[in-house]
Design a protein around this ligand. Structure first.
Ligand code: ADP
Length: 442
């Protein structure tokens, strides 16, 4: 590591903007909602975080402790994932990062070709590091690692449904074996008996593994206490690789403790809206819950979009006179039967793309109408909306429900003004999420 954590911060000036201090922790996430999940954990542990969509082209919008670069590198070819990750690394190092965190999914989503192994190896080479850890453990989300085996809730990874994942089927729950198949470096294990004895025991075990030629160690963790005990042992490690769980134990290494200031965002503008393109069970319940509040709602019909009607323009004309009176909801959310029927008529991809484009155009139009508090439901839908709004960086604010924080972003669609955005992936959030979200900002 180039400098010890916790060193005094020196102001530096970047471009024409205000002085920006060097960041402490630099994170590279292999997908967008995973990046937000990590950022949310770091903010709750007291760090100020900006998440960027890809490697930033311009200066940072805020003075922060952490930048999380969100890539879309989980399932692209390994060589491309490596190239993008190295580009992110170079940017983070140039902005002062003292430690690098490579974030992947808590179900270790990967194939025998990668990309967790190849990206880890490339980052280690670039950082001249001979040892790192790997653990997707996230006990808050029921992802635990025991004896190197990954559990999802009460079952092993390969019984959790992940064995049938269309892109990254996980058929072996033993992470030492899974990672070993992806890397030339020797993979070892730091098991729970070591972690239970605390940071010194972990340091001792790392020395043993290193002497044995091990370059990457899977680490057991079955509780947040395990992750907090692990944290201090990672202080001098140039690279940490993990799901979002390990993040809770790192801020203390930088003398940072949980505080409300970490999640402070600028005051929000008044107009509020929700757009939903998610058809997950939780989102269906959330839409029904919002309808029951009696607030204005409008359903978007994919077949009308397919027939050439400008459904986005219709929705915006409907919303415009209502916005001054409180939040509105525009949704394509439908139950499994309705979605299947639409997909049968339009094709799965065509249906998805048509609806995503329409919801994104509606989100953009709403912001142009003055909406400054926007909730978006759906992972893919969120990606489309963020792109349509012209957002490249988001400062992470207070959590609404586990894994979903409010964010603040300069949006090109708002003429560069700040917009508060909450991006909720499918099954996240309580039934009253849409109402609750605006309550958190109030
Ligand atoms: P989630 O996070 O719940 O998986 P996503 O936004 O990632 O939500 O995915 C939902 C997909 O379903 C998107 O591609 C979206 O455009 C599509 N979709 C939304 N509503 C409908 C609908 N009524 N019929 C068919 N497809 C739809």
């Amino acid at each position: 590591m180039s400098a010890a954590p916790g060193r005094p911060r020196q102001a530096r000036t970047e471009g024409e903007g205000p002085p920006v201090s060097p960041i402490r922790l630099g994170c590279i996430a292999d997908d967008f909602t995973g990046a937000t999940d990590l950022a949310n954990n770091l903010v709750r542990a007291g760090m100020r975080v900006v998440q960027t969509i890809g490697v930033p082209a311009g200066p940072l919008a805020a003075d922060v402790d952490v930048v999380v670069v969100a890539l879309k590198s989980r399932t692209i070819p390994a060589t491309e994932a490596v190239a993008q990750s190295l580009e992110a690394l170079a940017w983070l190092q140039a902005h002062g990062a003292q430690q690098i965190y490579f974030k992947y999914c808590s179900t270790f989503d990967s194939t025998a070709a990668g990309n967790i192994g190849p990206v880890t190896e490339a980052l280690m080479d670039a950082l001249d590091s001979d040892f790192t850890i790997a653990t997707p453990a996230f006990p808050d989300n029921k992802r635990t690692v025991f004896k190197g085996y990954l559990f999802v809730g009460d079952v092993l990874l390969d019984e959790s449904g992940m064995q049938n994942h269309p892109l990254t089927p996980m058929t072996d729950p033993n992470l030492v074996r899974v990672l070993q198949a992806q890397t030339k470096r020797k993979v070892g294990l730091i098991d729970h008996t070591v972690v239970a004895r605390g940071a010194n025991a972990v340091r001792g075990r790392i020395a043993e593994l290193r002497a044995d030629g091990v370059g990457i160690a899977i680490v057991d963790a079955v509780s947040n206490d395990d992750l907090l005990r692990l944290g201090p042992a990672l202080a001098a490690m140039p690279l940490v690789t993990a799901g979002s769980g390990v993040a809770i134990g790192l801020p203390a290494n930088f003398d940072i403790a949980p505080s409300l200031q970490a999640s402070a965002l600028p005051a929000p503008g008044r107009l509020q809206a929700v757009v939903s393109g998610s058809c997950s069970l939780a989102t269906n319940r959330q839409v029904q819950d919002f309808i029951r509040t009696g607030r204005p709602t409008l359903a978007v019909d994919p077949m009308r979009i397919a027939s050439g009607i400008d459904v986005a323009a219709e929705a915006l004309a409907w919303a415009a006179p209502l916005l001054a009176d409180g939040p509105v909801l525009i949704y394509s959310t439908a139950d499994a039967g309705a979605v299947k029927s639409v997909q049968g008529r339009l094709g799965v991809e065509e249906a998805g793309a048509l609806v995503e484009r329409t919801i994104a155009a509606i989100a953009r139009g709403l912001v142009q109408l003055g909406v400054r508090q926007l909730v978006v439901a759906g992972g893919e839908t969120s990606g489309a909306c963020v792109q349509a709004l012209g957002v490249t960086q988001m400062q992470i604010g207070p959590q609404i429900d586990p894994g979903v924080p409010w964010c603040h972003a300069q949006a090109e669609a708002a003429g560069g003004a700040g917009v508060h955005i909450a991006l909720k992936s499918g099954n996240f959030g309580a039934d009253d999420f849409f109402t609750k979200a605006f309550g958190v900002l109030a």
